[in-house]
Design a protein around this ligand. Structure first.
Ligand code: FES
Length: 101
């Protein structure tokens, strides 16, 4: 079982679901384009845990980052990602993923 902890929620990934698909299903805001590890648009900060890539991504991934479109958690992971409500409650202070790059 893969548990994902985010800014305000936790979720369990369904069988066969990527990390991105699980985040989308539960209302999280994650930018994406290729959904295959090429573009890096979905780059997300991982606060703790470990992921396994379904295939080796071509986009650069620094330590402490993941590409949720093409990976699954190994056990429990904690991500710095939130829902639209999380972003609104921050009064606009929280930046989108692309602004963090
Ligand atoms: S959406 Fe392109 S690398 Fe994830």
């Amino acid at each position: 079982m893969s548990l994902v902890i985010t800014r305000s929620r936790s979720l369990v990934l369904h069988a066969g679901e990527t990390l991105l698909e699980g985040l989308e299903r539960t209302g999280h805001v994650v930018e994406y384009q290729c959904r295959s590890g090429y573009c890096g648009s979905c780059r997300t900060r991982m606060l703790s845990g470990e992921v396994e890539y379904l295939s080796e991504p071509l986009a650069y991934v620094a330590n402490g980052e993941v590409l949720p479109c093409c990976c699954v958690p190994v056990g429990t992971v904690s991500l710095d990602v939130g829902t639209e409500r999380d972003y609104e409650s921050d009064g606009g202070a929280y930046r989108t993923q692309s602004e963090l790059i």
